[in-house]
Design a protein around this ligand. Structure first.
Ligand SMILES: *[C@@H]1O[C@H](CO)[C@@H](O)[C@H](O)[C@H]1NC(C)=O
Ligand SMILES: *[C@@H]1O[C@H](CO)[C@@H](O)[C@H](O)[C@H]1NC(C)=O
Ligand SMILES: *[C@@H]1O[C@H](CO)[C@@H](O)[C@H](O)[C@H]1NC(C)=O
Ligand SMILES: *[C@@H]1O[C@H](CO)[C@@H](O)[C@H](O)[C@H]1NC(C)=O
Length: 598
């Protein structure tokens, strides 16, 4: 539009133009007549298929909102994008100026290199805090707050905010009336899931993580992720839970379950002694729990039914149970006059604070590979534009399906447990002892998130995730890269860094812009990282946002009295992955990290 008016210098050319216009009109007339004629023979469905939603083509740039109008027309709403013009392509002055200041994701390369620079910053705590605050704010800008989209509509709705059992969406679903499942790009039908699994994801040999992450890291991610989403709702767009870091993976989501897990004495959680050590209570005592659908011989009452389906998750459930009861003992030392209720509620706040801190200082630090020391200091964000509210994204939920981490086998005391053995019952924990089992988690390397690194027993989970991502009509990987201010990939090889995988992908997706979100995340080149840059940055941005949007970090909660005074305050300030394990395992106290120790 508006670009076709060229000045024509002489009569001859003007004549040529008229001839062109005339012949074009004839063509249009013929085509439209034949179209109308052809239409007579088409069914209604076929007619509908001929015309598609113009927004399928994603014409609006820079996150402008596309709205289709009648007659295959559309408008772009550029409000708040920093751009204007028909397709939101012309930057405003402010946008031009601010483009010189890199955001946290564009600066990822810098944040993960230049050790000498970060050494200086880390030594100067004032400077470090300033840099951290900017980093946290910049990362939180990638999460829309309040939430805007959900999975049932391609446009903004009131329910996206008010119905809080709906996952929110970073990007709305692909419009329904589109020529291809990904909009206008790629094949008419998405590639067969079984073929994808077999060709792209099946592990031929184990690829270990170049960052040396261990299985403790893998299970931490799995365990803490459960507090956001306790379980699927009745469809992939719905979830149970609060979507917040509420420590519901330790206490349960519903009041009924929380009551059942409590002992009623000194604020403590119910437990049982096995082999002289404290473990979660048995299920028969707590048969009424809403989470206790008997899962594969489950015999323990836990905040989440899957926690007894895998020994690694069971270890974390046990350690946090012990920590809660330990915190109660500490509180009781200074508050012997407090009743069970007050001790329990206060210990719950303290433990929630510990979860938040360890997730930042140990987990995100390792995941991000930032050279900046991430310090836990909620005060940094007080009185800034940061919003203390969070809703879990459907994309976040998918992204955390980190199956390639899972190794093929685990050596404990020279006993070789294959993946099948140790990903199901709890035998290794009780046969070898929780200390020995935890040590094995520390010593075993996790896999890298990349193509062809899924163990066979994980195929069903992978297929389920791929199926759900199609039901949710996620936009392609490149659309998400734009949303997170990353350059879209230009070719399959640029995406994968591997010729063979690139040609496999090209065969099934045809166009780089048609590569599905979750598939793209999994096959992206990981270089020397745990995963590709896209997955890493999205995971870090969303995790940081959920950490700091915990109410505990707000001005009203973040004070010693919330945590029973100095006693609880110090517990949170001093906690770390290392302390958590050392204080709660009988014999094992060594350097607890998320990397394999030599
Ligand atoms: C939220 O949305 C789901 C799915 O549309 C619906 O079943 C549920 O009733 C809604 N909840 C509320 C509180 O509106
Ligand atoms: C439960 O365990 C018993 C023996 O330990 C076994 O025979 C049975 O198959 C298991 N059931 C399930 C559902 O895993
Ligand atoms: C452990 O068992 C697996 C097969 O289950 C085997 O591939 C691996 O080599 C064994 N490892 C050791 C150290 O024995
Ligand atoms: C915890 O930290 C405080 C300072 O915040 C310190 O005085 C105290 O000794 C520490 N306690 C433990 C058990 O490390």
């Amino acid at each position: 539009m508006g670009e076709s008016t060229k000045r024509l210098p002489d009569e001859r050319q003007r004549n040529r133009l008229w001839t062109a216009i005339l012949s074009l009109s004839v063509v249009v007339l013929v085509v439209s007549t034949s179209y109308r004629l052809a239409n007579v023979c088409l069914t209604e469905e076929e007619t509908a298929a001929l015309e598609y939603d113009p927004c399928c083509d994603y014409p609006c740039m820079n996150l402008g909102v596309c709205t289709s109008n009648e007659f295959n027309d559309y408008t772009c709403d550029c409000t708040g994008t920093g751009y204007y013009g028909i397709k939101c392509t012309i930057p405003e002055i402010g946008t031009l100026l601010s483009s010189f200041i890199p955001d946290a994701i564009s600066a990822y390369g810098f944040l993960t290199s230049h050790d000498w620079f970060w050494n200086i910053v880390n030594k100067n705590h004032g400077l470090r805090d300033q840099v951290s605050a900017r980093l946290y704010l910049s990362l939180s800008d990638f999460t829309d707050s309040p939430p805007t989209f959900e999975s049932d509509h391609t446009f903004i709705t009131a329910d996206a905010f008010f119905n809080d059992s709906l996952f929110t969406r970073s990007l709305p679903p692909v419009p329904i009336r589109c020529p291809t499942p990904m909009g206008t790009k790629g094949p008419k039908e998405l590639p067969n899931i079984d073929t994808l699994v077999e060709k792209l994801f099946a592990r031929k040999e184990f690829h270990p993580d170049p960052q040396n992450s261990n299985l403790l890291f893998q299970y931490y991610a799995l365990h803490f992720g459960r507090q956001f989403v306790q379980g699927p709702g009745s469809g992939p767009q719905l979830f149970k839970g609060t979507g917040e870091m509420d420590a519901s993976h330790i206490y349960g989501t519903e009041e009924k379950d929380r009551q059942l897990l409590r002992s009623g004495i000194n604020g403590k959680l119910r437990s049982q002694i096995l082999n002289g050590e404290e473990f979660p209570p048995s299920l028969s005592d707590n048969a009424d729990m809403s989470t206790s659908q008997p899962l594969k011989n489950q015999s323990f009452a836990l905040a989440h039914p899957t926690f007894s389906s895998s020994p690694g998750l069971f270890v974390f459930a046990t350690i946090w149970l012990r920590e809660h009861n330990r915190v109660c003992d500490e509180l009781l030392k200074v508050h012997s006059d407090w009743d069970d209720e007050r001790l329990y509620e206060t210990a719950r706040l303290i433990v929630s604070g510990e979860v938040v801190k360890i997730t930042l200082v140990d987990f995100v630090q390792h995941l991000s590979q930032y050279k900046l020391d991430l310090s836990f200091n909620p005060e940094l964000l007080h009185e800034t534009r940061f919003q203390f509210h969070n809703r879990i994204h459907a994309e976040f939920n998918h992204l955390f399906d980190w199956h390639p981490f899972v190794a093929d086998y685990l050596l404990i005391n020279n006993a070789n447990y294959s993946l099948k053995d140790y990903s199901s019952p709890l035998d290794p924990v009780f046969n070898e002892g929780i200390d020995k089992f935890t040590e094995a988690l520390l010593k075993t390397r996790a896999g890298v998130i990349t193509a062809q690194n899924h163990g066979e027993s994980l195929y069903p989970f992978l297929k389920e995730a791929l199926k759900a991502s199609r039901q949710l009509r996620f936009q392609g990987l490149n659309a998400y890269r734009r949303k997170f201010n990353l350059m879209p990939f230009g070719s399959f090889e640029e995406l994968t860094g591997d010729k063979e995988i690139a040609s496999l992908l090209e065969e099934v997706y045809e166009d780089i812009n048609a590569v599905e979100f979750y598939v793209g995340l999994l096959v992206e080149r990981s270089d020397s990282s745990i995963s590709g840059v896209t997955m890493m940055n999205m995971a870090v941005a969303w995790t940081i946002k959920s950490i700091y949007s915990s109410p505990l970090c707000s001005q009203l909660y973040w004070k010693p009295s919330t945590f029973g005074g100095k006693v609880g305050w110090d517990i949170i300030q001093n906690t770390s992955l290392q302390k958590l394990f050392c204080l709660n395992l009988r014999t094992l106290c060594r350097d607890f990290q998320f990397t394999v120790l030599s």
